[in-house]
Design a protein around this ligand. Sequence first.
Ligand code: LLP
Length: 427
Amino acid sequence: MTCFPVPGFQYTNGQLHAEGVALADIAASVGTPTYVYTTAGLTAAWQAYEDAFAGQDVTICYALKANSNLAVIRTLAKLGAGGDVVSVGEMRRALAAGTPADKIVFSGVGKTRDELVAALQAGIHQINVESLPELDALSAVAVELGLTAPVAIRINPDVDAETHGKINTGRKEDKFGIDFAHAGEAYARAMALPGIDPVGIAVHIGSQLLKTTPFRKAFDKLAGLVRDLKAHGVPLSRIDLGGGLGVPYKHEDSAPDYHAYAKAIAETVGDLGCHVTLEPGRSLVAAAGLLLTRTIFVKDGLHRRFLIVDAAMNDLIRPAMYEAWHTIVPVAQPAADAVLADADIVGPVCETGDTFARLRPMPPVAPGELLAFLTAGAYGAAMSSTYNSRPLVAEVLVTGDRFDVVRRRPSFEDSLAFEAMPDWLSP
Ligand code: LLP
């Protein structure tokens, strides 16, 4: 059994390591379940973009929703990343982690007035507007504050990203962006409204794309629109192409071709005279993280063998929510001739949906043994919850032979501190 080839994670002397740190040591000191991220993995992911876009002037705004841990954001910001945020909480995290305001883009279909105020006051690079009512609201807020909002209008290009239905965002029936056919009207309104500077155009067709064809289709459509708008006097100088580049979760998945992606961008929008922004999330953080968990019981039933682990759907919801696959490996390297047998890997939460894998060929696993869910750095901790009154999962960042807890596991008292007993129920 070989480890999934992820930079930063490898078996050394029979034990899975994150860079120079044995995962068993992290489990002993921090407990489980715990997300472990490597600086090497984050750096390699960043480098893949740098290499592919070496000849092009693009700004990469990391989509914080994939992993909004401050230390992860800062690691990427230090490498040069900006931030793509979708809430005031994410915006404040980006700023707190050291992302410069002039490299922050604010996306999302439902920004509240308070969020628009906060974005304008922070002086961020761009607000991506997704509807005419949002445009009006932003104009009103900008006028009140005596500020001008740098705006990109997100267009819905009606292109199928050929990904999971829940993360396919650019079809005409999806809630995102302004209909392609309404683009002219939206820009006319943006140019007429006070406090709005319509500098850009934006698109994001979906997440976990392994092929570049849908990107090319959408970017091509957008390029035609930009030419048209420019011919009608819209002074567009920026184009934001969103995120979406996928990662291989399975051995047999082919990794997306970054150079083909960069080429598709150069060939479709390269001659528009617009500065290009990208908003990758998953592809920057997924492979750099794993979820470390301990096997509680091995239950051999009549029909199934269950490996019951201490991580659950509240810690990693992707399998329950998107039928997602995560490769699962033992932390102690299995013998080369270990016999594989099918097992269901499940958490302790009281739902059948709390199943990470069904009939997965696994080497022998003993109770108490540590397992790792690979490629879990994106949309793992960021989507975690406290369902079943389980504490929020802890997070650790590794660099070289050092590691630090970058989000501690809350105590039971921490969790209770958010609740209060009403007077009429107090003794
Ligand atoms: N920009 C916008 C406007 C987005 O909505 C998203 C993701 C991104 C950028 C980043 O996309 P990425 O590069 O990560 O594909 N929870 C799901 C994924 C949700 C993606 C939502 N939007 C999952 O675990 O698969």
